[in-house]
Design a protein around this ligand. Structure first.
Ligand code: CTP
Length: 453
């Protein structure tokens, strides 16, 4: 990159075609409303780094809403207006979003609380931002176009340095610490030493306590963007003292097995959830489950409350043993497929990653479960058995279960289902008439890894 700040017109000349067209539409609408308008935030950061901009965040001096409405009409797209914050989001035809915000000044009435805001200048709007490298803006109108950089963000951006604008920044808004880690992981940037010290200081003073579970969880999700950098992210969380802010027992759990996140991330990258038609595991939750697996259940319950988890995540966290326990019980010599399938059924994608991280044999079972076993379904149903003249009753369900187990184990093919199921049902019925002989009736026996294992 050049040492001198790039020329704004040159920056705009290199835009991807769709962004260029969008901006031309924005400028036409702004010309008609007479708005003073700048492009700020992550999109400008990307552009200054020579990357295609990930988004377009516009800042309007005065009031963003008339321009947002005008633009929505011009582009014939829906717009969501938030009058209280003076912000609007347009949903563009390609599915991307265009944000417009009224330039504002912020005041934090209490640490971690959402700030009180009032309309202000572009310079004030940049002064409320997280890091110098995120506090640049490109003024689009009125002419001439200008790169606004009141906090010397350009040199920091060029060197990949994250520097807060003022000492209370992390206390005002502790999510900025997580945002910083996100940029470290994504861009290879680093906290400048004083900024890092302020982050540690804020965390050890309990800054995270001011954040709601919902905000904390959403920020964790945003920070853990992928599995590639997941172990870096959690290592940074640990190093900065952020884990203790989530739960006092989390640092110890992390230190118990520092490679746990790397292992689970590697396992997640090997598995093909999309191909299996299952939801992709969420990196943040996968890491949290991997670390929390060694925590006592009471601490896991506390963590659940702190992060205000949804039902599925809570079940996975509280079950904890699913990840830790199953692999230990997966016999290296090869368990039968139906037993493994029972054990895996009902586990979330994140939990399957934990199982797969336990070793080669466990990983092979999870792969086989995703690609093959979880897709096996019986072609026949209870009504097919009853249609042959078999009386209905519990033996029908039992026969179907035994047949599915036989299919999973490869003992029978799809065409053999009906004959096999009838055989089992008749044996069960016969055994019921001769009490004491149920073992011979074809039942698959106890389910060692039943629900809730
Ligand atoms: N911002 C901030 N403090 C926050 C959140 C956001 O200062 N807690 C500012 C930053 O200037 C940021 C901009 O608002 O660049 C837009 O925020 P957001 O879209 O959340 O982040 P981006 O920087 O665009 O990051 P990403 O590329 O991940 O979207």
């Amino acid at each position: 990159m050049n040492r001198s700040a790039p020329d704004p017109d040159r920056l705009l000349a290199d835009l991807p075609e769709a962004t260029g067209r969008l901006l031309a539409g924005v400028l036409a609408a702004a010309g008609r409303t007479g708005a003073e308008l700048a492009w700020a935030g992550g999109g400008i950061r990307d552009l200054l780094r020579g990357e295609p901009p990930s988004n377009v965040d516009l800042v309007v001096v005065g009031d963003a809403l008339p321009l947002a409405r005008r633009l929505a009409t011009d582009l014939d797209v829906p717009v969501k207006i938030h009058p209280r914050f003076g912000t609007a989001t347009l949903e563009l035809t390609d599915g991307s979003l265009l944000d417009l915000a009224t330039a504002r000044r912020e005041r934090y009435a209490a640490p971690g609380a959402l700030p009180e805001i009032e309309p202000s200048s572009l310079v004030d709007d940049l002064a409320r931002r997280d890091f110098t490298a995120n506090a640049l803006a490109l003024r689009l109108t009125p002419a001439p176009r200008l790169l606004l950089d009141p906090h010397r963000g350009w040199p920091d951006l060029r060197s990949g340095i994250l520097r807060v604008l003022h000492r209370a920044s992390f206390v005002d808004d502790p999510t900025r610490i997580l945002r910083g880690v996100r940029f470290e992981a994504r861009l290879g940037w680093r906290f400048e030493p004083e900024t890092e010290r302020l982050a540690r200081e804020a965390l050890s003073a309990g800054a995270l306590a001011a954040l709601s579970g919902d905000r904390l969880r959403r920020e964790l999700r945003r920070t853990c963007e992928n599995f590639e950098r997941l172990s870096f992210v959690w290592d940074r969380f640990h190093g900065l003292g952020l884990l203790a802010g989530l739960d006092p027992e989390l640092p110890t759990a992390y230190a118990t097995d520092e490679a746990a996140v790397a292992r689970v991330a590697a396992a997640a990258r090997r598995l093909d959830f999309a191909g299996a038609g299952r939801p992709a595991p969420e990196p943040w939750l996968t890491a949290l489950l991997a670390i929390a697996a060694s925590m006592p259940v009471a601490a896991r319950g506390r963590l659940d409350l702190r992060l205000d988890l949804d039902r599925t995540a809570r079940r996975a966290l509280l079950r904890g043993g699913a990840g830790a326990g199953f692999p230990r019980r997966l016999p290296a010599a090869g368990e039968s497929a139906h037993v493994v399938t029972q054990a895996f059924t009902g586990l979330g994608s994140e939990e399957l990653c934990l199982v797969a991280a336990a070793g080669d044999s466990a990983s092979a079972w999870v792969t086989r479960y995703l690609t093959e076993l979880s897709r096996i379904a019986l072609r026949i149903g209870g009504e097919d058995l009853v249609a042959t003249g078999l009386p209905s009753g519990p033996h029908v369900g039992e026969a179907l279960r035994a047949t599915l187990d036989a299919r999973l184990d490869g003992r029978i093919g799809a065409d053999d289902e009906l004959a096999f199921a009838l055989g089992v049902a008749r044996r069960v019925l016969g055994a019921e008439r001769e009490p004491g002989d149920r073992a011979a009736a074809g039942r698959t026996g106890a389910r060692p890894w039943g629900a809730g294992a």
